[in-house]
Write a protein that binds this ligand. Structure first.
Ligand SMILES: *Cc1c(COP(=O)(O)O)cnc(C)c1O
Length: 247
């Protein structure tokens, strides 16, 4: 089992988490009629920090790096609901599917190939169903991963959705759409990326009779994301503090 944080750190983490959770629930109550999930993004932060929040009842944690997630999932309690939110490489699907029994969601699927791989590998160990989000490059930025938001490439999204809804896809549950959005947009009052994601969600709900969710909003812009209809926000630095640089 993992070490606990110092008492001072524990207090700081709890106070940060609670103030974010309060804004999340108040914004949701004021603007939308659904509950909004808060995922605590713990990448590059020690397992002791996660234990500090876990002991206060927090269960949803987000991680970006496969090896770091494997290590943490091995040393931390099995009822944690891990969200993988980092860039997903095809050759890492195997580790995610096979080594993390309590992997709750993969939010960064960006191809049919990755849908198929994740499903068949999870099936091989007959693991619990993984919730998946298709990542959408709503800002149409070349350096961002995700399915293109451009209308002419919509068939790639349809193709993946149809696989996720097929009988063959027994070990993935299509939960919704995810976006990061451009940095520039998050400094404006209104983030057009969030509107674009919600419009696409509505289109898919209509086309396939679904009730999809949206994962959008981070420390800087989660209030706006909730106003626009986000079902799940991913907040890191406002809870855990600023991160060290990766390596
Ligand atoms: C790191 C990260 C977050 C959290 O970002 P903060 O600005 O620290 O809240 C959310 N989503 C993704 C995809 C991330 O990589």
């Amino acid at each position: 089992m993992s070490a606990l944080p110092s008492i001072a750190r524990q207090k700081e983490l709890l106070s940060n988490y609670e103030s974010i959770a309060k804004v999340v629930s108040e914004t949701a109550k004021k603007y939308v009629q659904h509950k909004v999930n808060l995922v605590a993004v713990s990448k590059l932060k020690p397992s002791s920090d996660i234990m500090g929040l876990y002991n206060e009842g927090v269960r949803h944690f987000g991680e970006n790096y496969v090896q770091e997630l494997v290590t943490k999932s091995q040393e931390l309690p099995k009822d944690i609901k891990w969200h993988f939110i980092g860039t997903l490489q095809t050759d890492k699907c195997k580790i995610l599917a096979k080594q993390i029994s309590n992997l709750y969601a993969v939010e960064t699927i960006d191809s049919l190939k990755k849908c198929k791989k994740l499903n068949s590998l999870r099936k091989e160990i007959d693991g619990d169903v993984i919730n998946v989000y298709l990542q959408i490059n709503t800002s149409d930025e070349p350096q961002k991963s995700g399915y293109s938001i451009v209308e002419s490439e919509r068939s790639l999204i349809y193709e993946s959705v149809e696989f996720l809804l097929s009988e063959e896809c027994s070990h993935l549950n299509f939960q919704g759409l995810m976006t990061i959005g451009s940095i520039g947009e998050s400094f404006k009052d209104e983030n057009e990326d969030f509107t674009r994601l919600v419009n696409l969600k509505n289109e898919l709900n209509e086309k396939y009779s679904l009730d999809l969710q949206t994962s959008m909003g981070m420390s800087n812009d989660f209030e706006d994301a909730i106003k626009k209809g986000s079902s799940s926000v991913r907040v890191g630095s406002s809870i855990f503090g600023s991160r060290p640089p990766k390596n």
